[in-house]
Ligand binder design. Structure first.
Ligand code: ADP
Ligand code: MG
Length: 292
């Protein structure tokens, strides 16, 4: 291998906003035939905002926002920030919660002003024995628009739902188109619901989608593809994505994401622009050709 062409390759990458960790990563990229992408923060901006507040009969919007915003102050999840901010913008005054518990990939629970609050997905509420049928029915049309819908329960009763929108990054549609044109197989993974995942995937022309994936399962999906003989690059931004980034032949982190994701990745896209993957792979192929 000529170190010069590798250094040149890595330098060109850096200029284009693609940081490549080492020569091995640059060479491995040339062989990648499958790209696994996380939805939130990778395909989307990762800056969700609260757009729907729908109380169930017997509850009102102010109550719903008060308990939801208060409980989410304890969580660091991007969805939690969206709810806290959205509640405050709508005039809710938030208080302390007690007995706060976070269930990874499901949601949060705790006490707010003497009432028991649960906020999260179907799995969370069903795990607590709460009937979600009425809420699920209301959620579906919102999910078909691509909203992420979360359910709120107060003292064991369905109290309403919250819908959050996280727009697709401006650069993503072109990136996916280019990656497909390069012949890459694209697989989307998300902890979000099937309907929301399908809505986002359809907009982008991605037809391989795995939804309601638990954080630790992302890693398993990468392994499964590798067992089929695929050479996998995994692109993600979150703490949850780190094991899958490390498992993939090439881990690709968003520079806009968490530090732990970047530490686990061989490639960092400085501005989180997925078009950088196409550039990096072209660079890699050019460099490998030069070496041979
Ligand atoms: P992703 O892979 O899309 O980043 P996660 O695995 O973190 O998603 O979460 C999966 C689902 O669990 C979310 O779509 C949401 O319904 C629920 N959830 C997780 N954390 C929270 C939270 N702090 N508040 C409400 N819901 C949450
Ligand atoms: Mg994410």
């Amino acid at each position: 291998a000529t170190p010069i062409s590798i250094v040149v390759g890595m330098g060109r990458g850096a200029q284009a906003g693609v940081l490549i960790r080492d020569a091995a990563a640059l060479e491995e990229l040339a062989k990648v035939d499958t790209l696994v992408v996380d939805k939130t923060g990778t395909l989307t901006e990762g800056k969700p905002s609260l757009v729907t507040v729908m109380p169930a009969p017997g509850f009102d919007e102010a109550q719903l926002l008060h308990v939801a915003g208060s409980i989410e102050r304890g969580s660091e999840h991007p969805l939690a920030s969206a709810i806290v901010k959205g509640a405050q913008q709508r005039g809710a005054v938030l208080t302390e919660s007690s007995g706060f518990k976070s269930v990874t990939g499901q949601g949060v629970t705790g006490l707010v002003g003497g009432v028991q609050v649960a906020l999260g997905n179907t799995k969370l509420l069903e795990g607590l024995g709460i009937d979600t049928a009425a809420l699920v029915e209301k959620a579906e049309p919102l999910r078909r628009e691509g909203q992420t819908v979360m359910f709120v329960a107060v003292d064991g009763k369905a109290a309403g739902l919250l819908g959050v929108a996280d727009p697709v990054k401006a650069s993503t549609p072109q990136a996916i188109q280019e990656l497909r044109a390069e012949g890459l197989r694209i697989v989307m993974l998300t902890g979000d619901s099937r309907t929301t995942a399908d809505a986002v995937a359809r907009k982008l022309g991605i037809d391989e989608v795995h939804a309601e994936v638990r954080p630790e399962e992302k890693n398993d999906w990468v392994k499964r593809l590798q067992a089929e003989g695929r050479v996998v690059a995994m692109a993600g931004d979150g703490i949850n994505d780190a094991p899958a980034l490390a498992q993939a032949q090439v881990g690709i982190a968003m520079g806009t994401g968490t530090d732990i994701a970047m530490e686990s990745a061989a490639v960092t896209l400085v501005k989180g622009d997925l078009r950088g993957i196409v550039r990096a792979q072209r660079l890699s192929r050019g460099t490998v050709r030069n070496i041979r």
